[in-house]
Write a protein that binds this ligand. Structure first.
Ligand SMILES: *Cc1c(COP(=O)(O)O)cnc(C)c1O
Length: 395
């Protein structure tokens, strides 16, 4: 689709990528179709030859999905995109499509649990080795890179402790080595951090999180330059089928319309709660990228334009206090999900990160007293009162 206008971000999120059918519908149409009809045998032949770029089969292309992908490209400043059934489908395809036996993956050790499983456990089954480093330490990345390193992979801020990785520095290292940098940008949201502008080659999202933002459906997206997608992802995607349902693509398109309003409000709420938690005697430390106490506040200011909708904090009383705190909450729900309009809290050590060894958890600062809260759209005073009374009850 050609873009003949230069709208700003919020406008693109409402209008970008829209392709109206002959009915002139205001809301984007939901094309629940598997396939497409051709006017003639010759037309079918031409489409399969790539001589015209119409749709062939919804495993690899659908008008509703195309609208979502186009809107994401405008948001990210990417040339092309593929939408996927989940964030994990996006991560697995983005990495899997560009490696082969003998290659090496270099990744930050602080990763979303399933992402870590993909690089650390799954890829080695196919002869692709993997090294994990402390993502904050650029010297550690430099020491671990090898001639056969094809992909560098990181998320920033990290789950669950909201540490940061310097995208520009890791991208430069990747390029000196002829490798590609893949960034999982879920925690910062596409609004507050633009990895492609910071030198990353490929950006992936779990659209399940802030892009849907209302806890309804799973989805994901992979964004990059057209040449990389054509040469690496296109065939992999087409033949392995990690495709997004058009129904979910439609949900996510509607989610994008309200993304700035929601994320800005959730981030403002999170900033206030971070200040509140930092002042509490029962809290030993908090981690919030928009807070002056963050050890990498300078990097946060350099590569992010907003804080986060998530806060990590540690209770002094360990697991017992953390569980008592969670159980006392009346408004905030206990759930491992994030980015929802509803505030949610999780105890990483016994849920999302329970599969790590004690040693790996310790290296990531995931103590028994650590909690991660995903801040929603409720009135911040109600949230503060809920956290306050739960702290009282936590012993
Ligand atoms: C949730 C999440 C994923 C996985 O996304 P799904 O949509 O649940 O498959 C990957 N990376 C990060 C950082 C996430 O938060």
């Amino acid at each position: 689709m050609t873009i003949d206008h230069n709208w700003r971000e919020a406008t693109n999120l409402v209008h970008g990528g829209t392709q109206r059918s002959a009915f002139g519908e205001t809301s984007e149409a939901l094309f629940l179709t598997q396939g497409y009809l051709y006017d003639s045998a010759e037309a079918a032949e031409a489409r399969f030859k790539g001589e015209d770029d119409g749709f062939i089969y919804s495993r690899y292309g659908n008008p509703t999905n195309a609208m979502f992908e186009q809107r994401m490209c405008l948001l990210e400043g990417a040339e092309d995109a593929r939408s996927t059934a989940s964030g994990m489908a996006a991560v697995t395809a983005a990495i899997g499509c560009q490696v082969q036996a003998g290659d090496h993956i270099l990744a930050a050790r602080a990763l979303f649990g399933s992402c870590r499983w993909v690089v650390e456990k799954l890829m080695p089954r196919y002869g692709v080795s993997c090294t994990l480093v402390d993502g904050r330490d650029i010297e550690a990345w430099k020491a671990a890179i090898r001639p056969e390193t094809k992909v560098l992979f990181l998320e920033t801020p990290t789950n669950p402790t909201l540490e940061l990785v310097d995208i520009r520095a890791v991208a430069d290292l990747a390029h000196e080595n002829g490798a590609k940098l893949v960034v999982d940008n879920v925690f910062s949201t596409p609004l507050f951090q633009k990895p492609l502008q910071l030198g990353a080659d490929i950006v992936v999202y779990s659209a399940t999180k802030h892009i849907d933002g209302q806890g309804r459906c799973l989805g994901g997206v992979i964004l990059g330059d057209k040449e990389w997608i054509d040469e690496n992802l296109h065939d992999y995607f087409r033949h392995t089928g990690p495709s997004l349902s058009p129904f979910n693509a439609w949900n996510l398109l509607k989610g994008l319309e309200t993304l700035p309003v929601r994320v800005e409000k959730q981030t403002a709420n999170a900033g206030q709660l971070a200040d509140f938690l930092a002042d509490q005697d029962k809290v030993s430390w908090i981690s919030y990228p928009g807070h002056a106490s963050h050890p990498q506040a300078e990097l946060a200011a350099r590569q992010m334009t907003g804080g986060s909708t998530l806060i990590a904090f540690e209770l002094k009383g360990g697991k017992q206090a953390a569980f008592a705190f969670e159980n006392a909450l009346k408004l905030v729900g206990i759930s491992n999900n994030l980015g929802d309009a509803k505030s949610l809290i999780t105890h990483p050590a016994t849920t999302t990160h329970k599969n790590l060894s004690d040693e790996d958890r310790a290296a990531l600062n995931i103590s028994d007293g650590l909690l991660r809260i995903s801040v929603g759209l409720e009135d911040v005073n109600d949230l503060m009162e809920d956290l306050g009374q739960a702290l009282q009850a936590s012993g």
